[in-house]
Design a protein around this ligand. Sequence first.
Ligand SMILES: NC(=O)c1ccc[n+]([C@@H]2O[C@H](COP(=O)([O-])OP(=O)(O)OC[C@H]3O[C@@H](n4cnc5c(N)ncnc54)[C@H](OP(=O)(O)O)[C@@H]3O)[C@@H](O)[C@H]2O)c1
Length: 275
Amino acid sequence: MLERETLPSVTTPAVTLLSGRQMPVLGLGTYQLKHHTVESVTQAIEAGYRMIDTSGDYHTQRGIGEAISNSGVRREAMFLVTKIEEADDAFEATRANLAELRQPYADLVLIHRPPDRGVGETLWQGLRRAKRLGLVNDIGVCNYSIEQIEELVYRTGELPAVNQVEWSPFGHSPGMLDFCQDNGIVIQAWSPLTRAARLNDNKLCAMAARYGKSPAQLVIRWNLQLGVVPLPKANHAQHQRENLNVFDFEISQPDMTKLRTLNEHYSAIGTLSYT
Ligand SMILES: NC(=O)c1ccc[n+]([C@@H]2O[C@H](COP(=O)([O-])OP(=O)(O)OC[C@H]3O[C@@H](n4cnc5c(N)ncnc54)[C@H](OP(=O)(O)O)[C@@H]3O)[C@@H](O)[C@H]2O)c1
C-alpha cells in the first residue's frame, strides 16, 4: 500500500457535470484488463489517474475496487464509472456492481447501450432510485444517438450527465458534439486510440512529430481541446504515463480542424453505433 505522501500531486483538470459535480477530464479504460487488474490499476493511480472506467461485464471490478481501496488515495478523490446492461434490473445491477467493487458508491453509472426496444426509461428509473439512495452520484448513457437521448429526456424529464461513445479523429460526429455541448451533456470517448489500429496513420504521425508528441498523445489532446473526455485503456506503465502527459502542449486551431478532417466514421467494432 502506498503512503499518501508518496503519491504524485495530481493536477488533472476537471469538467463540471450538469449536477454541478466535477469529473476529471481524462480517465483510464479497463476493457480487457482482466488479468493483473490490481497491479495495472495500482500503477495507474500511482501515475496520477483519478478516474477509472469499468463495467460489470469487463470482469475488472474486483481488481479495481481492491486497487482503489489499497491506494492510499481518498475515495472522494477518485471518480469511479461503471455500467449496467440493457436486460438488467438497473437498481439491482448497480448494487451488484458496487458489491463486486466493494465500494459504497459509484460516481457515475451508465446504461451500457440503448435497448433494442424503447430508450431505457425503466433502466433510467432504476438508476434514479440508486441515485436517491446514495449508491451513485450521477447517471448517464452510452452509445445513444441524439434521437434516443431526446426521447429519453422527453420520457423522464432528465438529461443524462454523460453520453459515452466511440470517438476518435477517425470516427466521430460533429452533430453529436454540438448537441451534447448545447445541452450540458459531457461526451466520454471510448476507444479514443482506435484500439491502436490507426495510431500509425501517416498524417497523424507527421502532425504528432511536429509537436514532439506521440500519435496517442495527439489524439488524447485533440479530445481534451474539443471538450470530450477520453478514456484510453493502457495496461503498460509506459503507455499509462504517456497518455497522462498531455497537459503541456496546445494543438493549433488549424491542426484541430485538420484532425477533424480525418473523420471517416471509423469504428474499431464495425460501425459507430450512435450516428
Ligand atoms: N461504453 C462502451 O460501450 C465502451 C465500449 C468499449 C470500450 N469502452 C471503454 O473505453 C475504454 C477505451 O477503449 P478501448 O479499450 O476499446 O481502446 P483504446 O483505449 O482506444 O485502445 C487501447 C489499446 O491502445 C494501446 N495503447 C494505449 N496507450 C497507447 C500509447 N500511448 N501508444 C500506443 N498504444 C497505446 C493499449 O495497449 P496496452 O493496453 O498494451 O498498454 C491497448 O492495446 C475501454 O477500456 C473501456 O473502459 C466503453
